[in-house]
Design a protein around this ligand. Structure first.
Ligand code: PGA
Length: 255
């Protein structure tokens, strides 16, 4: 059965002590999750160890630790980089890769994202692969070709087993942190397109089971309508994951 996921992407926000408090507040209020519903905290590297300890204190069913980035290299002289084996050792299960902020601000290419996807899979973690078009592409109505190329360049080399252990997040760049959400119909249209691509490349079983998240100004107020769409299996949440109540509201929208 297809997994549903609400993943918080804190980006470069919250001090470690604030992050700890946020996670504790969410855990305190959270109601029982359905067996196929999952919550992920994608926190800065500096917070991983503490949050890992908090999540590990009890049996936190369906609640996972995620990272926001990783190196494509295994180990060695790469000052400032963090490897996938380091992340795995800290209890990280999911790693975001291909986020538009990494692509746009730090120049990450489809080729580098491909290498990072491979590194994450090799370390037995699950990539949350982000794709999505900028506004000028959307205005020219070329979003499908754009997203197809991102997926083709970074994922088409994967075999059925590897692709089955991956989560896709569609995040139209014009909707990230702008307060401008894609309408549920716009998002659904792209999600259906992506699922169809997966079907053509890896077959209907893989496509049917693929979790495809929507990201870009998801909040409590629009989450239910988005998550109710047939091909939207949850969200990657930036700003609204920084407050326990609003994140809890979005988690609730999964059910
Ligand atoms: P946002 O960010 O919810 O603040 O728009 C989403 C993301 O970048 O993952």
């Amino acid at each position: 059965m297809r997994k549903k996921i609400v993943a918080g992407n804190w980006k470069m926000n919250l001090k470690p002590s604030e992050g700890e408090m946020l996670v504790k507040d969410v855990l305190k209020e959270k109601h029982e999750l359905a067996y196929n519903h999952n919550v992920i905290f994608c926190v800065p590297f500096t917070h991983l160890s503490d949050i890992s300890r908090i999540l590990g204190e009890e049996d936190r069913k369906n609640i996972y630790l995620g990272a926001q980035n990783c190196s494509d290299k295994e180990s060695g002289a790469y000052t400032g980089e963090i490897s996938t084996t380091m992340l795995n050792d800290l209890g990280v299960r999911f790693v975001i890769t291909g986020h538009s902020e990494r692509r746009e601000i730090y120049g990450e290419t489809n080729e580098l994202v491909k290498n990072k996807v491979d590194a994450i899979i090799k370390a037995k973690m699950i990539p949350i692969f982000c794709c999505g078009e900028p506004l000028d592409i959307r205005n020219r109505n070329e979003q499908n070709i754009f997203v197809e190329k991102q997926i083709e360049d970074s994922l088409y080399h994967l075999n059925n087993t590897a692709i089955s252990n991956l989560v896709i997040a569609y995040e139209p760049i014009w909707a990230i942190g702008t307060g401008k959400t894609a309408t549920p119909d716009q998002a659904e249209e792209m999600h259906a397109f992506i699922r169809n691509l997966i079907d053509k490349k890896w077959g209907s079983e893989v496509a049917e089971n693929m979790t495809i998240l929507y990201g870009g100004s998801v909040k409590e107020e629009n989450a239910v309508e988005l998550f109710n769409k047939e091909n939207i299996d949850g969200g990657l949440i930036g700003g609204a994951s920084l407050d326990a109540d609003s994140f809890l509201g979005i988690i609730k929208a999964m059910s």
